[in-house]
Structures are given as structure tokens and as C-alpha cells.
Design a protein around this ligand. Structure first.
Ligand code: NAD
Length: 436
């Protein structure tokens, strides 16, 4: 099939590449000329495991092409995916200007039947808005489908190739059949393609993300309470997770959720609810708890250093909002860095993939090291913000040799308490006893 994808970020590029992998002819369109030039040279502009192999293979096969021209994309594809940003606007609502702006151009440019697919996460009613905007100028038939994306950064290729389910929100039989045909190779193992109306599809995405944010946030609150009463959240987590109604996943406490989705999606649902006179009280609590959780390590750090962080140097492991991505949007590391800098501390950070993005954001406000051990040299303490695998089994001797104080503040519970205790390291984590 001939497919076009508008917007080549984490979602668009993975979508385009994976659809090319199943034999479709794909053109990816982006407004960012530099990005398109890099992709044309064979460079993957984001870090996403396994994407490079598929990317290269499909470019070589001539199935994956890039353009800055929307009209070229619209001429090419029968199915047009919109994978455009829907960031938070100033007041919590999703900013639809990218999606509706492109929809307006689509109306002016299409000359034959197209299925316009909303892959961006958009509030309920957006498919109707997109339809209306396109219809104002379109001179041919078209359908608008809502097809929210559930991929996780860090596992995006796997998630796209083997989705647990595909949601198609559509009121057109013709468009639904084309979408089913396109996705057939991805559901060979029997996972469902669930067809529903557009509004339900749009809400499914917000409901899923808000539920996951709630699950993490609930565990973070349990962890905070564990510290007050001397319980160990790791034990509680294992005990709870064996209940199949609860499940083992998404129960790991830490310094809060970040990323480009949960924070903005929870807020957008809350805002959309208010606009309809519905007050999501749980969402209010999730937002409040998560904001506080991002800096939950700071009181422990301050107490250890007698409330004087001025001139102290902190080694910081992990900048991305989670492992296996270079995405730093709403990353808890940034909240911690902000506070430490205000209090006069210095930071030496290391992250396997996200340092370039943080450097772009913070310039020389913090230092970056070339290895995880490099940043420890003469630092007063180590703070862990992201649970990258390489941090899991470190050489504790090298940590102790380099740090001024043998102390780790771990926002992701990366180590077993017994292991660090054996090493004679002071260790402060989330929802577990402090080792002083
Ligand atoms: P992103 O910011 O990584 O990428 C968006 C891309 O769109 C950029 O490359 C940008 O240059 C391009 N763009 C902007 N305006 C354009 C225009 N007029 N024409 C062509 N290209 C344009 O965004 P993302 O993380 O891929 O997210 C896209 C959507 O998917 C959002 O709604 C997001 O909520 C949703 N989503 C994201 C994820 C995720 O893990 N990142 C998962 C599921 C859903």
C-alpha cells in the first residue's frame, strides 16, 4: 500500500519505518528540513533500539523515503498518518494547532480519496474537528480515522511490530477495511484489532495513559508511606503484584513519571473534563503527587549535607526520563538538577544517550562525563535518576575510590539493600530503609 506519515518524531518515524518493513511504500514528511536531510543521508535522528536496522534496510529497498513537502506526501499516500505533536498549551489542554494546521492544508491539497489517520494523542472530538476543517476546502472524498498509538519509547519498534492491540476509531466501512488490511501483518499472533467509534478511540488513549500514571503514582505514595512506618516497598510490591487482578508491571516506585506523554496526557484529560463540567479528582491528585515525587530525594540529600549544598558536587547517573531513550521531556532528572543548581551545587552528569539533548537545554550549567565512573571523581555523592541497565551492576570499588563521601541517593531503587550494605556504602532509596 502507499502510505504517508506526517511528522517524523518518535511515533511517526517508527510508524513509517515499520510500515515499510511489511512491504508498504512509505513517504515520511517533516517540516524540519535539517531532520529530513539527515534521514535522507541514512541517519536516524532519534535513539530508539533496533530502529536503525529497519531504517537502513527499508531505505535501501526503496520503500522508505523522506520529504519536506506535504503535497508530495499527499500525492503519494492513500493512507495519511498524522503523527504530529500535541504538546500541552499554557493551561493544560492539548495544543491542536499542529494537527488542525496540517488538516487545513490537506483540505486544500488532496485531489483523490484519502484516509486521514490521527495517530497523535488528541482529545475527544478531534476527529470531528479534523473532518470539518478538511471538508471546508476538500474537493474529493476522504475519511478521518482515529488510531491512537500505544508504543513505548525504548521498545517502540517491538511494540509497533507486535502490538497488544490496535484501536481503530472509524465510522467509515471503507476506511476501516483499508486500516485492517494495513495492520493485518502485525496481528498474526492473534492480538485484536478493536474497531470502535472515533470518540471512544480518542478517549481510550487518554484513559490508558492516565490509568498507568495512576498506577505508578499510587505505588509512589505507598513507597512514601513505607518510609514512615518502616515497611519495605519492594516486599509490598512483590506481595501485591502476585495478585493477577493487580499484575506485576508498573508497580516500581521511583522519582515520578516524566516523558512526552503521561504528564501532558493526564493534564489534557483533566482539562477536557473540566470543559465539560466534569472534575476528575483522581487526576488532580496524580498531578500533585507526581510533581512532589520528582524531588522526593532532595530532603534526604539536604539532611545528609546539613542543609548546605553550596559548592558540593553531585555525580548524576541518568538524564533521560526512562532507560533506553534519549528523550528528556519532563524528566525527573531535570527537576532535581534545577533545585541543586539553585542551592549552589555543581553537577557532573552521565547518560548513555541523553547528554546531547540536555546539553542543548542547559548549555554549560552542568558538566557531562565520558563515562559513568568519570563523573564520580571528587564528587560529594552519587544520585541515580534513570535505571539504565549499565548502572545495575557497577564496580562498587571504583565508586568508593572516586566519591568523597561513600553515599548514593537512588531515585530508582536500582540496588538491593544487602548488596550496598555489604559494600559499606550509605544508601538512600525510595520506600525502603535508609542505610546510613
Ligand atoms: P515528536 O515531537 O517527537 O515529533 C513530532 C514531529 O512532527 C517532529 O519531527 C516535528 O518536526 C514534526 N512536525 C511538526 N509540525 C509539522 C508539520 N506541520 N508538518 C510536518 N511535520 C511536523 O512527537 P512524538 O513523540 O512522535 O509524538 C507525536 C504524537 O504521538 C503526540 O500526540 C504524542 O502524544 C503521541 N504519542 C507519543 C508517544 C511517544 O512515546 N513519544 C507514544 C504514543 C503517542
Amino acid at each position: 500500500m502507499k502510505i504517508s506519515v506526517i511528522g517524523t518524531g518518535y511515533v511517526g518515524l517508527v510508524t513509517g519505518t515499520c510500515l515499510a518493513e511489511t512491504g508498504n511504500e512509505v513517504i515520511c514528511v517533516d517540516i524540519d528540513e535539517q531532520k529530513v536531510q539527515r534521514m535522507r543521508k541514512g541517519e536516524v535522528p532519534i535513539y530508539e533500539p533496533h530502529l536503525d536496522i529497519l531504517f537502513e534496510r527499508n531505505i535501501k529497498a526503496g520503500r522508505l523515503k523522506f520529504s519536506t513537502s506535504l503535497s508530495e506526501g499527499l500525492d503519494h499516500g492513500e493512507i495519511i498518518f498524522l503523527a504530529l505533536p500535541t504538546p500541552e498549551n499554557g493551561d493544560g489542554a492539548a495544543d491542536l494547532s499542529y494537527v488542525l494546521g496540517v488538516a487545513e492544508e490537506i483540505g486544500n491539497l488532496i485531489t483523490d480519496y484519502k484516509v486521514i489517520v490521527d495517530k497523535s494523542t488528541v482529545p475527544v472530538g478531534t476527529a470531528d474537528k479534523v473532518k470539518k476543517v478538511i471538508a471546508e476546502s476538500a474537493k474529493c472524498e476522504f475519511d478521518v480515522v482515529s488510531n491512537p498509538e500505544f508504543l513505548r519509547e525504548g521498545f517502540a519498534v517491538d511494540d509497533f511490530l507486535k502490538p497488544e492491540r490496535i484501536i481503530i476509531g472509524s465510522s467509515s466501512e471503507k476506511a476501516t477495511e483499508l486500516m485492517k488490511k494495513l495492520y493485518k501483518p502485525f496481528v498474526r499472533s492473534g492480538n485484536p484489532i478493536i474497531v470502535m467509534d472515533e470518540r471512544s478511540a480518542e478517549l481510550t488513549k487518554y484513559a490508558a495513559n492516565s490509568f498507568l500514571a495512576a498506577k505508578i503514582t499510587f505505588m509512589n505514595e505507598i513507597a512514601n508511606y513505607c518510609e514512615k512506618v518502616g515497611a519495605d516497598v519492594d516486599q509490598v510490591r512483590k506481595g501485591m503484584g502476585t495478585d493477577s487482578r493487580i499484575g506485576k508491571r508498573f508497580l516500581f516506585p521511583g522519582i515520578g513519571y516524566g516523558g512526552s506523554c503521561f504528564p501532558k496526557d493526564v493534564k489534557a484529560l483533566q482539562k477536557a473534563g473540566r470543559e465539560k463540567g466534569y472534575d476528575f479528582k483522581m487526576l488532580d491528585a496524580i498531578i500533585k503527587v507526581n510533581k512532589n515525587q520528582k524531588t522526593i530525594l532532595l530532603p534526604k540529600i539536604r539532611e545528609y549535607f546539613n542543609n548546605d549544598l553550596k559548592g558540593k558536587t553531585f555525580a548524576l547517573w541518568g538524564l533521560s526520563f526512562k532507560p533506553e531513550t534519549d528523550d528528556i521531556r519532563e524528566a525527573p532528572s531535570l527537576a532535581i538538577i534545577d533545585h541543586l543548581l539553585i542551592e549552589g551545587a555543581k553537577i557532573n552528569a552521565y547518560d548513555p544517550e541523553a547528554m546531547t539533548n540536555v546539553e542543548r537545554l542547559l548549555g554549560n550549567k552542568i558538566n557531562f562525563g565520558s563515562s559513568m565512573y568519570d563523573v564520580l571523581q571528587d564528587a560529594d555523592a552519587l544520585i541515580i535518576c534513570t535505571e539504565w541497565s549499565i548502572f545495575r551492576t557497577p564496580d562498587f570499588r571504583r565508586i568508593k575510590d572516586r566519591l568523597i563521601n561513600n553515599v548514593i541517593f537512588d531515585g530508582r531503587n536500582v540496588y538491593d539493600l544487602q548488596d550496598v550494605e555489604k559494600e559499606g556504602i550509605s544508601y538512600f532509596s525510595i520506600g525502603r530503609k535508609d542505610i546510613k
